[in-house]
Design a protein around this ligand. Structure first.
Ligand code: SF4
Ligand code: SF4
Length: 317
């Protein structure tokens, strides 16, 4: 069964999973959207490129799980239908990240759910302010009808989430669903909504839990990790590529997969690398701040101290 724990473990195994970022469009308009998705956000416009993107995700054997997110994947009927058909036929487990805004889905939506192993449904006060509870309850029931595992992602507390699951699925909801409590990501429209985290010394940062799973966007932008700013075009250039066809996508994925700096950040974290850039005592609020500084200073270094340290710790390509 594709539990949240299993999905997270796969994300931490290098190149065992990938994320297909299907669209920048979402009609919900939550105040905390970390990718700043909008009702008129850009969507798939180059269908031949999109077909090649899906085909490469299918052909990478190590990808056991492919997540599909956005934006709201269900705004892309053609893209979501095509991607889930191809990925399921290739033997990949599909994990869908959605708000459930679609409620009681149309037949095509039910067919998409039928090809999906797990749905991660975001639900919290920000979503609740934009979506009627009846709609979310209908979505949860449809997910249950399709036989998908359901992970209800809640921010801060699981109290409301448990009430929602009981209303939708009855007291036996733990047989089909689970709740994952998470925190607010202070990026996108959530920037400034969360109190600033106390800064920590560079040397204290451990492994990055998402450095081992690449993200491929519908428009060919590929990023080494799922940092929202990098996915949406910000952050240091070494963490991003732009693929115009299948060959360039294969090359981009291959270069990220072999990158000694990214491998090290995924397995040991940026902390042990901080002294190489004189950042061991410098304070950072977030692991990505240190990672970006290191990527900028050491990212072009493929034969120097990072490679040597990687070989020493068994993380070389
Ligand atoms: S958080 Fe999710 S549901 Fe809300 S606007 Fe962003 S993509 Fe849409
Ligand atoms: S620490 Fe680096 S690799 Fe990890 S999410 Fe942040 S930017 Fe990406």
């Amino acid at each position: 069964m594709l539990t949240y724990e299993y999905i997270e473990a796969a994300r931490r195994r290098r190149w065992a999973s990938a994320l297909l970022y299907l669209t920048d469009r979402c009609p919900v308009g939550c105040g905390h959207c970390s990718v700043d998705a909008r009702p008129d956000g850009p969507r798939i416009s180059d269908w031949p490129l999109f077909e090649q993107i899906v085909s490469v995700l299918c052909e990478v054997e190590s990808f056991e799980i492919v997540g599909i997110s956005g934006g709201e994947p269900f705004t892309e009927r053609r893209g979501l239908t095509f991607a889930t058909e191809e990925l399921a036929a290739a033997g990949k487990s599909v994990v869908l990240y959605t708000s459930g805004f679609w409620g009681d889905p149309a037949p095509w939506g039910r067919r998409v759910l039928g090809r999906t192993s797990c749905v991660v449904l975001g639900t919290d006060a920000f979503h609740a302010a934009r979506l009627a509870e009846d709609r979310v309850v209908a979505a949860i029931r449809a997910i249950g009808d399709a036989g998908c595992r359901l992970v209800l992602q809640a921010i801060g507390t699981d109290r409301e989430a448990a009430g929602l699951l009981t209303r939708a699925l009855g007291a036996s909801w733990p047989d089909h669903a689970e709740i994952h409590v998470t925190g607010l990501l202070p990026v996108g429209r959530a920037r400034g909504l969360r109190p600033v985290t106390p800064p920590r010394a560079g040397r204290s940062f451990g492994p990055c839990t998402v450095a081992d799973a690449p993200v491929v966007r519908y428009d060919g932008r590929v990023s080494a990790c799922c940092n929202e700013t990098v996915i949406t075009g910000g952050g240091p250039a070494p963490l991003r590529r732009h693929a115009r066809d299948a060959a360039e996508l294969r090359a981009a994925l291959g270069s990220f997969e072999a990158d000694p700096l990214l491998r090290f950040i995924g397995s040991h974290g940026p902390g042990p690398l901080a002294p190489l850039a004189g950042l061991q005592d410098r304070e950072f609020e977030h692991i990505c701040q240190l990672c970006w500084r290191l990527t900028g200073r050491l990212g072009a270094d493929r034969g120097g101290p990072v490679a040597a340290l990687s070989l020493f710790t068994g993380e070389g390509p």
